[in-house]
Design a protein around this ligand. Structure first.
Ligand code: ZN
Length: 239
């Protein structure tokens, strides 16, 4: 029975090591996933802003086309003015020219405004792209490091699993089943030390008779409070 208890203890030591490696791996994967999400968000924002800039450029182009048309109109009207015979006709065309000039000035104002907006937006996009590049570089280097560490951990887990299988073989099926169930229900700790009359798993006081029975190890003894399997740390010289 002492052998069984020792094997259970050993099994738990290996299982806790595997748990820890798996947790570390999960943590690293979560960290990379968070970085990926951040990079993706930054990339989407850049794409959105570029879309805005394109729309702005298209609006500016349309204004410039209108401006060119108005300029043509003015030239044409002014040419016509020279051929006109009556004062009335001349005044009508002069009015046309004046209206076209006003419109031209307005269009120039609007184009200038769009230019200013496009400039600001371009600067904003430049800043965002620099930020995105930094995020991508950081992600790539972090991914490389994480992959190397995960490869190491996978190898360690595989080795521990093999040791675990070998250790589990020496434990009776019923004890193994109890151990597995307890580990699921008790945060991974199924086997726990008892010391000075207390269970170190739940820190509850153990009945003296039960505590004393741990010295002999004739059977697996459970803590009456947390049900974990109890053992005493045997000091050198004890049997
Ligand atoms: Zn307990």
């Amino acid at each position: 029975m002492r052998k069984n208890l020792q094997l259970l203890e050993e099994l738990q030591r290996i299982d806790l090591k595997i748990d820890e490696l798996r947790q570390e791996k999960e943590g690293m994967l979560a960290e990379v996933a968070a970085l990926e999400l951040e990079e993706e968000g930054a990339r989407r924002l850049v794409a959105e802003k570029k879309g805005e800039l394109e729309a702005l450029e298209a609006e500016k182009l349309a204004l410039e086309t209108n401006l060119a048309t108005e300029a043509d109109n003015i030239v044409r009207s002014e040419t016509r003015q020279k051929e006109l015979k009556t004062q009335k006709e001349f005044q009508a065309v002069a009015k046309e020219v004046s209206t076209a000039r006003k419109l031209k000035t307005e269009l120039e104002e609007q184009i200038l405004q769009k230019l200013g907006l496009a400039e600001a937006l371009t600067a904003e996009i430049d800043g965002m792209e620099t930020n995105l590049q930094a995020l991508s570089d950081n992600l790539a280097s972090r991914k490389g490091g994480v992959q190397a560490r995960i490869d190491q951990m996978e190898a360690a887990i595989a080795a521990d699993q093999a040791t675990r299988e070998a250790t589990a073989k020496g434990i009776p099926a019923s004890a193994l089943k109890r151990y597995t169930m307890l580990r699921e229900k008790r945060q991974g700790i199924a086997v726990v030390e008892a010391r000075d009359g207390y269970c170190l798993g739940c820190n509850m006081h153990l009945p003296p008779q039960l505590y004393n029975s741990l010295y002999k190890v004739t059977e697996l003894v459970n803590c009456p409070h947390c049900q974990r399997v109890l053992f005493l740390r045997i000091v050198q010289g004890d049997k």
